[in-house]
Design a protein. Structure first.
Length: 144
Protein backbone atom coordinates (compact mmCIF):
# COMPACT_ATOMS: atom_id res chain seq x y z
CA UNK A 1 0.00 0.00 0.00
CA UNK A 2 1.34 3.45 -0.80
CA UNK A 3 2.08 6.03 1.86
CA UNK A 4 -0.67 8.24 0.42
CA UNK A 5 -3.23 5.42 0.72
CA UNK A 6 -2.25 4.82 4.34
CA UNK A 7 -2.50 8.54 5.11
CA UNK A 8 -5.99 8.52 3.55
CA UNK A 9 -6.96 5.62 5.82
CA UNK A 10 -5.64 7.43 8.90
CA UNK A 11 -7.52 10.59 7.89
CA UNK A 12 -10.73 8.59 7.40
CA UNK A 13 -10.25 6.97 10.81
CA UNK A 14 -9.88 10.42 12.39
CA UNK A 15 -13.40 11.25 11.24
CA UNK A 16 -14.63 8.37 13.42
CA UNK A 17 -12.97 9.71 16.57
CA UNK A 18 -15.03 10.52 19.64
CA UNK A 19 -13.50 13.86 20.66
CA UNK A 20 -16.28 16.02 22.14
CA UNK A 21 -14.00 17.65 24.72
CA UNK A 22 -10.85 18.59 22.80
CA UNK A 23 -12.39 18.69 19.34
CA UNK A 24 -9.09 17.24 18.10
CA UNK A 25 -9.63 14.14 15.96
CA UNK A 26 -6.75 11.72 15.43
CA UNK A 27 -6.70 8.62 13.26
CA UNK A 28 -4.09 5.93 12.92
CA UNK A 29 -3.47 3.25 10.31
CA UNK A 30 -1.23 0.27 11.07
CA UNK A 31 0.16 -1.81 8.23
CA UNK A 32 1.47 -5.34 8.67
CA UNK A 33 4.47 -6.83 6.88
CA UNK A 34 1.92 -8.62 4.66
CA UNK A 35 0.10 -5.42 3.71
CA UNK A 36 -2.94 -5.89 5.96
CA UNK A 37 -4.20 -2.60 7.41
CA UNK A 38 -6.21 -1.80 10.52
CA UNK A 39 -7.22 1.60 11.83
CA UNK A 40 -8.13 3.28 15.08
CA UNK A 41 -9.19 6.70 16.36
CA UNK A 42 -8.95 8.60 19.61
CA UNK A 43 -11.82 8.07 22.03
CA UNK A 44 -12.26 10.71 24.71
CA UNK A 45 -14.16 10.23 27.94
CA UNK A 46 -15.72 12.68 30.38
CA UNK A 47 -13.26 11.23 32.91
CA UNK A 48 -10.33 12.54 30.87
CA UNK A 49 -7.72 10.03 31.93
CA UNK A 50 -9.83 7.16 30.58
CA UNK A 51 -9.50 8.33 26.99
CA UNK A 52 -7.68 6.23 24.40
CA UNK A 53 -5.26 7.54 21.80
CA UNK A 54 -5.70 6.63 18.14
CA UNK A 55 -2.39 4.77 18.10
CA UNK A 56 -3.39 2.62 21.08
CA UNK A 57 -6.74 1.92 19.45
CA UNK A 58 -5.09 0.90 16.17
CA UNK A 59 -2.38 -1.17 17.85
CA UNK A 60 -5.06 -3.10 19.74
CA UNK A 61 -6.81 -3.80 16.44
CA UNK A 62 -3.45 -4.85 14.96
CA UNK A 63 -2.82 -7.29 17.79
CA UNK A 64 -6.21 -8.89 17.16
CA UNK A 65 -5.88 -8.93 13.36
CA UNK A 66 -2.27 -10.02 12.80
CA UNK A 67 -0.19 -9.59 15.96
CA UNK A 68 2.09 -6.79 17.09
CA UNK A 69 5.17 -8.65 15.84
CA UNK A 70 3.88 -8.17 12.29
CA UNK A 71 3.65 -4.34 12.45
CA UNK A 72 5.69 -2.69 9.71
CA UNK A 73 4.42 0.88 9.44
CA UNK A 74 2.22 3.27 11.39
CA UNK A 75 0.56 6.42 10.06
CA UNK A 76 -0.94 9.12 12.26
CA UNK A 77 -3.05 12.04 11.01
CA UNK A 78 -5.42 14.45 12.63
CA UNK A 79 -6.55 17.88 13.58
CA UNK A 80 -9.60 19.80 14.71
CA UNK A 81 -12.93 18.91 13.13
CA UNK A 82 -14.13 21.83 10.99
CA UNK A 83 -17.35 21.54 8.96
CA UNK A 84 -17.21 17.74 8.91
CA UNK A 85 -13.54 17.43 7.94
CA UNK A 86 -10.31 17.34 9.89
CA UNK A 87 -8.33 20.52 9.39
CA UNK A 88 -4.87 21.86 10.13
CA UNK A 89 -1.52 22.15 8.43
CA UNK A 90 0.67 20.79 11.24
CA UNK A 91 1.73 17.15 11.33
CA UNK A 92 0.41 15.07 14.23
CA UNK A 93 2.93 12.91 16.08
CA UNK A 94 2.40 10.14 18.64
CA UNK A 95 2.49 11.18 22.31
CA UNK A 96 5.12 9.68 24.60
CA UNK A 97 2.88 6.84 25.77
CA UNK A 98 2.03 5.90 22.20
CA UNK A 99 5.70 5.98 21.23
CA UNK A 100 6.29 3.46 24.00
CA UNK A 101 3.49 1.24 22.66
CA UNK A 102 4.90 1.46 19.12
CA UNK A 103 8.33 0.58 20.48
CA UNK A 104 6.83 -2.52 22.08
CA UNK A 105 5.66 -3.69 18.64
CA UNK A 106 9.07 -2.88 17.17
CA UNK A 107 10.83 -4.85 19.92
CA UNK A 108 8.56 -7.84 19.35
CA UNK A 109 9.16 -7.75 15.60
CA UNK A 110 12.85 -6.95 15.61
CA UNK A 111 12.12 -4.13 13.11
CA UNK A 112 12.59 -0.41 13.52
CA UNK A 113 8.96 0.42 12.69
CA UNK A 114 8.40 3.34 10.33
CA UNK A 115 6.22 6.11 11.76
CA UNK A 116 4.55 8.51 9.32
CA UNK A 117 3.13 11.70 10.83
CA UNK A 118 0.72 13.62 8.60
CA UNK A 119 -1.21 16.85 8.77
CA UNK A 120 -4.99 16.77 8.65
CA UNK A 121 -4.93 17.60 4.96
CA UNK A 122 -2.31 14.93 4.27
CA UNK A 123 -0.05 17.50 2.61
CA UNK A 124 2.61 17.91 5.30
CA UNK A 125 4.31 14.63 6.20
CA UNK A 126 7.30 13.61 8.31
CA UNK A 127 8.71 10.10 8.22
CA UNK A 128 10.92 8.62 10.90
CA UNK A 129 11.42 5.38 12.76
CA UNK A 130 10.34 4.61 16.29
CA UNK A 131 13.98 4.52 17.41
CA UNK A 132 14.40 8.07 16.12
CA UNK A 133 11.23 9.17 17.96
CA UNK A 134 12.12 7.30 21.16
CA UNK A 135 15.89 6.96 21.54
CA UNK A 136 17.17 4.88 24.46
CA UNK A 137 13.75 3.28 24.80
CA UNK A 138 12.79 0.95 27.63
CA UNK A 139 11.47 -2.31 26.23
CA UNK A 140 10.93 -6.01 26.83
CA UNK A 141 14.67 -6.74 26.61
CA UNK A 142 15.20 -4.67 29.77
CA UNK A 143 12.95 -7.04 31.72
CA UNK A 144 14.74 -10.27 30.79
Amino acid sequence: MTREELIARARAAALKAHAPYSGFHVGCAVESVNGEVVTGANMENACYRLGVCAEQSALTAAQHAFGLAQVARIVVAGGPLVEGAIAGADTVAPCGGCRQAIYEAAALSGRDVEVVCAAATGDAVTVSTIRELLPSAFGPDALG
